[in-house]
Design a protein around this ligand. Structure first.
Ligand code: ADP
Length: 822
């Protein structure tokens, strides 16, 4: 719709105004003023599109009104047409136009001409307005463009990232302040220059970097961006600095016209990364050291503990007075507790360091609970408590998870229940909580009728080293670590742990675990489960004669040798002893042993190395498949796995428990294996010959004496021991032995003095020296006194046996009377 214009008609003659209104009102909105002053006031309220202005008016004439209107820029664009009868001269017309009038018409006005003029002026005005609008718009857009340019410029200049742009040939088109700061050039030195040649020309080692290989250029050519952080840019002063940069193509109308590169100096970042790496290496090393320390500590403590625990067990099997038994039991219990503590601390720190890994193996829950029950039954019996377990319906028979850890948590909770219950029963219940696809959640509840736990202490007992009160330790012992470990283990197995308890009535500890349902071959899984759940308690093998088994014990530690020999003896076995892997291999090349008990850490050659040689077909060992049982003081699972990986068949952890040793020996010394032995074994004759010898063994060090005595008493007919040279001399005269074995350094009378005196009456008796040292002096003197063999105290039992045999054979050849009697 066309716009309707408005016209202001100003004339002091009302009749003229009337005339105008009549002539124009159909096409325009007309409003009127009878004086110049009225017209100006009217303008403040209403803005006309055109003004028809009479010139001759009282007060303000048309010229004056015109100049006032044009002076006000709000009205300056309104076209003004003078209507006058007095403009007869050209000057008058000029004056009007000069004052800003657009046109003039002489009165009496020709109305057709007036209409035409009005129409034309309004059209011009409209066009002018349009042009003005567009000019304004253009100006506004220019300003906006400039403002956003300023913004971008400010951004580019304010960021600490270096930014530069290149055209398609790689010449710099812009570069920001940060970039200039980093590369040391001025803007003029960069603009229009090839940026690769300027700042990216060489690798960090100074070698030439061909532009053809430059990823910045490649990014531009392939149209794909790139980001790198291992290159350098070069400063104007010839030094380089490590940069992280990205380069992206600039695309206009689908065409790549250049690239924009953003970069930053990463010297500090690299330094921090280096420091971080170094710190990580240090932290890893510290962690490793901690783990190694734990392993060593465990190993070192377990070695003497082996002596304490095993020997007190053996001691308790001998005839003791009530007081002695009491003391021995305390030693035994303390040893067991100390071991438990070591295990708990190891477990705790392993879990704490996030190093505990769970196994995934099939197991039969019933067999597992059976075994736990069997193991703890004796404790329950001792305490006069009933111990039982129930498996509720719905639990799959074979499950997959970590049976060892499930066993550990149950054993711990049952152990606590037995510890804190004086009468009544301990009941273990396994129930199904949920059955999801592929897995089940099982809840184990261990209920007792014991002392209970006060409500206020219930939440605290799962925190490390916390007990209900200080008197608990005094009365029941313990560390307050067990439940913490149980909690962490339950959580690791996808479950939780909790307790309900009433003081004086009893407690129910419960935990849940998520276990996989067995999938795949059911038979295989069941077999696997059965093997894993094999009881660690020994069975009874009827009619078995353990004494026929030939066992080789490789162990460097004297106490451990003694412990193992005693344990073996108490189980009806005997063994030959060597002190390192090398000797074990040698012994196995001579004698076809039925089983080897192999310590892992030994000097000269470790148990692992020895096992490797034994299993190598080209080695001279008689039986490459001889069962090798690791004796390891390392309690960690990975150490035990290492034994199996090394080719050993099984392992027994130190301190060696008699029941465990018995079970392992029964497992590996199958009756069939013992029967395989050839009856025409030359060793039997030798053993026969040795059993006719009377040997005098003189040694002041109690430990050494006991150790060798233990061995010698097994193989020679009669063993007489003496504590020093004087005693040895007296024993010699009293028993007239066939062979003398003696130490040199001894109180009262040393070995050499004793020999000197023996030689005065017997020059033939074979003498073997077992000494802790060897000097040219002692060797010469020994020679003088006709010592047959000078050996160190580390002499293996096998070698000692061979030496004794050589002596015996020598004596036989000479027709020694004691040996001829059979
Ligand atoms: P420890 O038994 O070695 O002290 P635990 O972490 O196994 O450590 O147990 C923490 C404490 O929780 C115990 O010392 C005892 O005070 C309390 N407690 C654990 N089990 C029972 C229970 N079945 N009955 C009563 N008190 C218990």
């Amino acid at each position: 719709m066309n716009k309707r214009f408005s016209i202001l008609t100003v004339d002091d003659e009302a009749v003229n105004i009337k005339l105008m209104v009549a002539a124009l009102k159909d096409d325009y909105d007309i409003f009127t003023a009878l004086s110049g002053q009225d017209a100006i006031e009217l303008l403040e309220e209403q803005m006309p599109d055109l003004i028809l202005l009479d010139v001759m008016m009282p007060d303000l004439n048309g010229f004056e009104v015109c100049s006032i209107i044009n002076a006000d820029e709000r009205f300056a664009d309104i076209p003004i047409i003078f209507l006058t009868a007095s403009l007869e001269t050209i000057e008058g017309e000029l004056q009007g136009l000069e004052l800003g009038a657009t046109d003039y018409l002489a009165k009496p006005v020709n109305l057709a001409l007036l209409r035409l003029r009005i129409r034309n002026h309004l059209a011009v005005k409209e066009r002018n307005e349009l042009v003005k609008e567009q000019r304004d718009l253009l100006n506004r857009q220019k300003k906006e463009l400039q403002a956003s340019r300023d913004d971008i410029e400010r951004l580019l200049q304010t960021t600490d990232q270096g930014i530069y742009g290149t055209d398609i040939s790689g010449h710099c088109t812009f570069i920001n302040r940060a970039a200039l700061g980093m590369i040391g050039y001025s803007q003029d030195e960069c603009l229009g220059k090839g940026t690769h040649d300027l700042i990216h020309h060489s690798h960090s080692d100074g070698s030439h970097y061909p532009v053809a290989e430059c990823p910045i250029y490649r990014a531009r050519d392939t149209g794909e961006g790139c980001r790198l952080d291992f290159e350098v840019f070069w400063h104007k002063d010839g030094t380089s600095f490590p940069v992280e940069y990205s380069s992206y193509p600039i695309v206009t109308d689908g065409e790549t016209v250049g690239a924009v590169v953003t970069f930053s100096n990463i010297t500090e970042k690299k330094l921090i990364i280096e420091q971080f790496k170094a710190a990580k290496v240090q932290a890893d090393a510290a962690n490793e050291a901690k783990s190694a320390f734990l392993a060593v500590m465990s190993h070192e403590i377990r070695t003497p503990m082996n002596g304490v625990v095993s020997m007190s067990t053996l001691l308790l099997e001998t005839d003791l007075s009530a007081v002695q038994r009491d003391y021995a039991e305390i030693v035994s219990r303390s040893g067991e507790n100390l071991l438990l503590l070591i295990d708990e601390i190891l477990d705790f720190s392993k879990i704490d360091a996030g190093k505990l890994e769970l196994e995934r193996a099939c197991f039969d829950l019933q067999l597992l609970l059976d075994d736990i029950n069997r193991l703890l039954a004796y404790r329950a019996d001792d305490a006069g408590l009933a111990l039982s377990y129930t498996i509720e319906s719905g639990i799959p028979k074979i499950l997959k998870g970590d049976p060892g850890r499930v066993r550990q948590v149950i054993t711990n909770l049952v152990g606590n229940a037995l510890k804190f219950t004086t009468q009544g029963a301990v009941v273990v219940t396994a129930s199904l909580v949920s059955d999801q696809e592929g897995s089940v959640t099982i809840r184990f509840a261990i209920s007792d009728t014991g002392i209970g736990i006060p409500e206020s202490r219930l939440s605290a007992i799962f925190t490390p080293f916390t007990q209900v009160d200080a008197s608990t330790t005094r009365k029941y012992g313990g560390t307050g670590l067990g439940l913490t470990i149980c909690k962490r283990l339950a959580e690791l197995m996808g479950g939780e742990i909790g307790v309900t308890s009433e003081e004086g009535k009893g407690s129910t500890f419960w935990f849940t675990v998520q276990l996989e349902k067995q999938s795949g071959e059911p038979l295989k899984a069941a077999q696997e489960a059965a093997t894993l759940a094999q009881p660690v308690t020994p069975g009874v093998v009827a009619g078995r004669d353990n004494s026929t088994a030939r066992i080789l014990l490789a162990e460097d530690n004297l106490i451990n040798q003694k412990v193992a020999l005693h344990l073996l003896k108490s189980l009806g076995y005997s063994a030959d002893v060597v002190s390192d892997g090398q000797q074990a291999v040698e012994a196995l090349t001579k004698i076809n042993y039925d089983l080897v008990l192999m310590d892992c850490m030994m000097p000269n050659m470790s148990g692992f190395e020895a096992t490797d040689i034994i299993r190598t077909q080209s080695s001279g060992v008689l039986d490459h498949n001889v069962p090798i049982i690791a004796l390891t003081a390392n309690a960690m699972k990975e150490d035990r796995d290492k034994c199996l990986e090394a080719g050993m068949d099984d392992y027994v952890a130190k301190p060696v428990k008699k029941v465990v040793l018995a079970a392992v020996l029964e497992k590996w010394l199958s009756p069939a294996r013992l029967l395989q032995r050839k009856t025409s074994d030359v060793g039997n004759q030798n053993i026969d010959l040795l059993s006719r010898l009377t040997v005098l063994y003189v040694e002041d060090d109690e430990m050494t004496r006991e150790l060798y005595s233990l061995f010698l008493s097994d193989i020679v007919g009669t063993l007489i021991t003496a504590h020093n040279g004087a005693e040895g001399l007296a024993a010699y005269h009293q028993h007239r032995p066939d062979i003398v074995i003696t130490d040199i350094m001894m109180p009262e009378m040393d070995g050499l003095e004793m020999l000197k005196q023996i030689r005065t009456s017997n020059t033939a008796i074979p003498v073997i020296v077992l000494s802790a040292f060897e000097t040219s002096d002692s060797l010469n003197q020994s020679n003088d006194f006709g010592v047959l063999r000078y050996e160190m105290k580390t002499l293996s039992r096998t070698k000692l046996k061979v030496t004794l045999l050589e002596c015996a054979n020598g004596l036989l050849e000479k027709g020694a009377p004691t040996l001829s009697r059979s």
